[in-house]
Ligand binder design. Structure first.
Ligand code: THU
Length: 146
């Protein structure tokens, strides 16, 4: 009998696709200043995957992280319901963890979805957006004004 997945858990095939996609996306990183390539792969409710890499700029502050590249690609293609995002870097010893700005941008699209923090060997830890950014401010809060 097929084993039941816990509510919200990803199919193993989806996890594998995400892990491969974020590592693939990392290869396109444009990071001549930091030399710190990062890739991200975002899974939508529909099963689509949007990937992204960090894109730096000679005007340093204009650089954008891989996670936000992926999210902006998805949003601009009409997808905004996300199940998970996976992140890859070259760090061997640590699971790559998203910056605060990316956590806030993830949170815009819900708190209850999964973030896969990976290592190059394919191991990972999973956190929810809620866990990465507790007590957050989001679109619902703007509705509370009167
Ligand atoms: N970076 C990402 O793209 N995602 C992360 O999760 C951490 C950091 C990028 C930003 C910059 O291009 C480089 O890594 C060094 O900070």
């Amino acid at each position: 009998m097929a084993q039941e997945l816990p509510a919200g858990a990803l199919e193993p095939e989806h996890v594998q696709r995400l892990l491969l996609s974020c590592q693939q996306a990392k290869k396109a990183a444009y990071c001549p200043y930091s030399r710190f390539p990062v890739g991200a792969a975002l899974l939508t409710r529909e099963g689509r995957i949007f990937s992204g890499c960090n894109v730096e700029n000679a005007c340093y502050s204009l650089g954008i992280c891989a996670e936000r590249t992926a999210i902006q690609k998805a949003i601009s293609e009409g997808y905004k319901d996300f199940k998970a995002i996976a992140i890859a870097s070259d760090l061997q010893e640590d699971f790559i963890s998203p910056c605060g700005a990316c956590r806030q941008v993830m949170r815009e699209f819900g708190t209850d979805w999964a973030v896969y923090l990976t290592k190059p060997d394919g191991t990972y830890v999973v956190r929810t957006v809620q866990e990465l950014l507790p007590t957050s401010f989001g679109p619902e809060d703007l509705q509370k004004r009167r």
